[in-house]
Design a protein around this ligand. Structure first.
Ligand code: SAM
Length: 289
């Protein structure tokens, strides 16, 4: 942990998570930090002004968004180096997660300023925690490209990824994105959509991609609200570990050179997902030829 050394008069940069819908999710520690810092850097000062009003905090606000981040970082760093504590918040959830703040945090660290997270809501973590998909390995990809061709290319590149995939998506693209997942990754790929999480109309849609697309199309509110899209990772056959992607004959030749045929066929079967008997026969042919 990075703690301040005695004599270090620089301020601390707090990265404060705020609610993704339900205001009761703002933690007591977040409220305390927001009440105590000298300045709050916010993605949209009008939007965050409402949250701060709700908790009775009145502080100078600095706008820090994607379009001005580089320019604003210097003046925020000057405040930190001058001893002021600063909090960074975004419109919703955890700053830097598909939100501004990366340049500020990077540069603050480079200047030796203490950066401390005040953890809390994050749509991707909330969605994954309730989706029922494997979470031991997941790949968060932020937003997919807005244009169909770019989106399909991105999905095609992820087709064989075995980790659970997580995307953010806007309501006006959600139907197109689910349709593209069904087409590029297959209609039977399991997906889960987390919609309006922590809000009144929180809904989880889950099932095979084609089923979820149908449910979403039929739901009159299907394309409203905010969405997290989660896709089950590829299984062995989808990941191309079956015959074809792996040179099975080369694998068998290598194994047979070191091991008895039966053992070689068993290991090759584990690696490729192909049947043991089929591999045993093929190993025999290779040995005889
Ligand atoms: N920093 C935020 C976080 O920690 O989750 C994410 C900011 S990103 C600009 C906004 C996207 O997050 C939305 O388009 C949506 O995909 C997702 N999102 C945010 N709030 C959500 C909610 N309540 N339910 C579902 N998705 C949400």
């Amino acid at each position: 942990m990075q703690t301040k050394k005695p004599g270090d008069n620089r301020g601390t940069l707090y990265i404060v998570a705020t609610p993704i819908g339900n205001l009761e999710d703002l933690s007591p520690r977040a409220v305390k930090v927001l009440s105590e810092v000298a300045v709050i850097a916010a993605e949209d000062t009008r939007h965050s002004g409402r949250l701060l009003q709700h908790i009775g905090v009145q502080k100078p606000l600095i706008a820090l968004h994607d379009h001005n981040e580089r320019g604003r970082v210097q003046s925020i760093l000057e405040k930190l180096l001058g001893g002021a504590d600063v909090a960074l918040i975004s419109d919703a959830g955890t700053p830097l997660i598909s939100d501004p703040g990366y340049v500020l945090v990077r540069d603050a660290r480079a200047e030796g300023v203490r950066v401390s997270p005040i953890p809390g809501p994050c749509a991707l973590v909330a969605a994954l925690s309730a989706a029922g998909l494997p979470t031991d390995r997941f790949l968060f990809m932020g937003f997919l490209p807005a244009k169909r061709s770019g989106r399909r290319t991105a999905l095609d590149e992820l087709r064989k990824e075995m980790a659970t995939l997580v995307f953010y998506e806007s309501p006006h693209r959600i139907l197109d994105t689910v349709a593209d997942i069904a087409e590029v990754m297959g209609p039977r790929r399991d997906i889960v959509l987390g919609r309006e999480i922590t809000k009144t109309f929180e809904t989880f849609y889950s099932g095979e991609a084609a089923q979820v697309l149908a449910a979403l199309t039929e739901d009159p509110h299907g394309n409203r609200g905010e969405f997290v899209v989660m896709v089950r990772g590829a299984d062995k056959s989808e990941a191309g570990l079956m015959a074809g992607a792996l040179d099975v004959d080369r694998l068998l030749n290598l194994l047979v050179a070191e091991l008895p045929l039966k053992k070689a066929a068993r290991i090759a079967s584990e690696l490729t997902g192909m049947g043991k008997n089929e591999l045993y026969q093929r190993a025999l042919e290779l040995k005889d030829s």
